[in-house]
Design a binder for this molecule. Structure first.
Ligand SMILES: Cc1cc2nc3c(=O)[nH]c(=O)nc-3n(C[C@H](O)[C@H](O)[C@H](O)COP(=O)(O)OP(=O)(O)OC[C@H]3O[C@@H](n4cnc5c(N)ncnc54)[C@H](O)[C@@H]3O)c2cc1C
Length: 382
C-alpha cells in the first residue's frame, strides 16, 4: 500500500491553454481552491473534495455534471506512470491508447500515477443557484432529469426507497450564477464521534430521515444561491460520517443502466429491498450522458443509482442479487463502490475485461501490482 498524499504540488497552471499539471496526491478540494481565483473550475466534481487526482483517474470518477462533462478521464491529457518494472512512462490517449484506456478507471493496476495534466473549463461564477423540487415516484424523477439534461449543467436526485410511496424524490438542479469570483466562506466542519452502536442506522431511523429530507422541500420547490464548493462537495461538512454505521461499517452499491430499462430495473431493486427487509440510507440517481474512456469505466448513457447499506451479511447477499439484475439488463457496476462483485459477474459485465487483462499482462507480467479487488475479480486472468 502506498500513501500518495505527500505528492501534493500543483506544478503548472496554463491560464491561456486552460490546463493544469499537478502531482497525483493533490486533492480536488486543493485544486479547485487554487483554480477558482484564476477563473477556472474543475472539470468534474465528485461528491467529496478529499479525492486525489490519482484516485480520480484510477476510478474515472464522475459528478453531477456527468451528462455534459463526462468523467474525469475525458479531461486527462496525459499521466506520468511508474509501471511495475520501476520505469516512468508518460501515457496519453494519442500515443498509447491501450495503456491510457487501461489506466483511466484501471484501479491503480497499470502503475502508480505520479503526475497528470488536465484540461479545465472556465469558471462562470463561484456561486450556483440550486433549485430543488419534490417528485412523486421514480418515473417522475427520471423524467425530470431527462427534461433538464440539455439545459442544466449540474443535477442529481435523491430518492426514497423506504416508504410505501412509489419512490418519491427530490431533484436538485444547479446553474452557475455569473458574477465576481469570491472565496468560499469559512465552513464549520463537524466530526462525527465514534459512539454509534451498530443498530443506530435501522429501517425506522432511515424512514424518519427520509421523511425529514423529503419534507424540508416546500411543495412548490425552493431556490438557494450557494458557493459552488459548498454545493458540490456537500458530504465534506461532516467528517467521519461513516461512523454513524457503527463498527460494522457500510456497503455501497452503484449501477448504471441504459435509459430504456433504467426505471423498471430501479423498481425491481426497490422490490428486492422490500422483500429482504433491508433499507438503504442514501439513494441517489444521476443522469448519465457519456461513456467513460477507460476499459473499466462504468458510465454509459442512461441513469445511475447509488445506494448505501449497513454492512451486514444480509446486505452483502442482497447486493450480489442486485448485481445479477444489473447484469441481466446490460448495466454496469461502479467498481469504486464495490466490495461484493464476483469474478464471473465482472467478466460478463465488462465487455473489455479481456483488453484490460492484456494490457496488465504486457505492463506487469508478474502481477506485482495487486489488490484485494484484483484478486477477488481475477482481473489478470479475465
Ligand atoms: C463521501 C464520498 C462521496 C463520493 N462521491 C463520488 C461521486 O460523486 N462520484 C464518483 O465517481 N465517486 C465518488 N466517490 C468515490 C471516490 O471518488 C473514488 O473512490 C476515488 O477513486 C477515491 O480517490 P482517493 O484519492 O481517495 O483514492 P483511494 O480511495 O485511496 O483509491 C481509490 C483507487 O484509486 C487508486 N489510486 C489512488 N491513487 C492512485 C495513484 N496515485 N496512482 C494509481 N492509482 C491510484 C487506488 O489504488 C484505488 O484503486 C465518493 C467517495 C466518498 C467517500
Amino acid at each position: 500500500m502506498l500513501d500518495m498524499t505527500r505528492l501534493s504540488r500543483i506544478l503548472d497552471v496554463d491560464v491561456e491553454a486552460r490546463a493544469v499539471t499537478c502531482e497525483a496526491g493533490v486533492s480536488l478540494r486543493q485544486l479547485s481552491a487554487a483554480l477558482e481565483p484564476l477563473g477556472m473550475a474543475l472539470p468534474v466534481y465528485p461528491g467529496t473534495g478529499f479525492v486525489t487526482v490519482g484516485g480520480a483517474i484510477a476510478n474515472d470518477v464522475h459528478g453531477k455534471e456527468q451528462h455534459v462533462a463526462g468523467t474525469f478521464g475525458h479531461h486527462v491529457e496525459w499521466v506520468d506512470l511508474v509501471t511495475a518494472n520501476g520505469q516512468l512512462q508518460r501515457v496519453s490517449s494519442a500515443q498509447h491508447p491501450a495503456f491510457f484506456r487501461a489506466t483511466v478507471g484501471g484501479l491503480g493496476l497499470t502503475g502508480i500515477i505520479v503526475a497528470a495534466r488536465l484540461r479545465v473549463p472556465a469558471l462562470v461564477g463561484t456561486s450556483l443557484e440550486v433549485r430543488e423540487y419534490r417528485t412523486r415516484d421514480l418515473e417522475a424523477t427520471a423524467h425530470m432529469l431527462e427534461t433538464h439534461a440539455a439545459t442544466v449543467p449540474s443535477m442529481v436526485a435523491w430518492v426514497d426507497l423506504m416508504t410505501r410511496s412509489a419512490g418519491r424524490g427530490v431533484v436538485e438542479l444547479a446553474q452557475p450564477v455569473p458574477g465576481p469570483l469570491e472565496a468560499a466562506p469559512p465552513r464549520r466542519e463537524a466530526m462525527l464521534p465514534d459512539v454509534f452502536p451498530d443498530f443506530a442506522i435501522n429501517r425506522w431511523s432511515m424512514s424518519a430521515f427520509n421523511a425529514l429530507y423529503f419534507n424540508r422541500i416546500p411543495r412548490l420547490g425552493r431556490a438557494r444561491v450557494l458557493h459552488r464548493r459548498r454545493a458540490l462537495f456537500p458530504l465534506d461538512a461532516l467528517g467521519e460520517w461513516h461512523r454513524a454505521y457503527g463498527r460494522r461499517g457500510l456497503f455501497q452499491f452503484q449501477c448504471c443502466m441504459p435509459t430504456a430499462v433504467a426505471v423498471p430495473v430501479f423498481e425491481r431493486i426497490r422490490s428486492e429491498l422490500r422483500r429482504a427487509a433491508i433499507g438503504s440510507t442514501l439513494a441517489v440517481m444521476k443522469w448519465v450522458g457519456k461513456t467513460g474512456p477507460g476499459y473499466l469505466s462504468f458510465t454509459r448513457p442512461g441513469l445511475s443509482l447509488a445506494l448505501d447499506f449497513p454492512g451486514t451479511a444480509e446486505a452483502e447477499s442482497l447486493i450480489v442479487r442486485l448485481y445479477d439484475i444489473v447484469l441481466e439488463e446490460n448495466g454496469t457496476v461502479y467498481l469504486a463502490k464495490d466490495a461484493c462483485l464476483k469474478a464471473e459477474q465482472y467478466r460478463a459485465m465488462f465487455a473489455e475485461a479481456r483488453s484490460f487483462a492484456n494490457v496488465l499482462g504486457e505492463l506487469d507480467p508478474e502481477h506485482r501490482l495487486r489488490s484485494d479487488m484484483s484478486r477477488r475479480l481475477a482481473v489478470h486472468s479475465a
